[in-house]
Unconditional design. Structure first.
Length: 75
């Protein structure tokens, strides 16, 4: 039983070292790269998807408003 206990202790130490190593990596380079990639995606989405959709919605609202104004003025 004592041999198994020693093995378990070694496993725990290795897992702990691995975890701290992974945490040290993820706190520096990896997250920075991910953030940059995410930021790039977010910017592209904003400029190519969100902004055009926003302007299209504004145009539709303006058209609706114009129709209502014209409809009220000339029955």
């Amino acid at each position: 039983a004592s041999v198994v206990d020693v093995d378990n202790e070694n496993d725990k130490k290795e897992k702990e070292e691995l975890r701290s190593y992974l945490e040290s990596i993820s706190e520096s380079q990896v997250t920075e790269e991910r953030l940059l990639a995410y930021n790039e995606k977010a910017q592209k989405h904003f400029y190519y998807v969100a902004l055009p959709a926003h302007f299209a919605a504004m145009d539709r609202e303006r058209e609706e408003f114009d129709k209502q104004q014209n409809g009220e003025e000339s029955p």
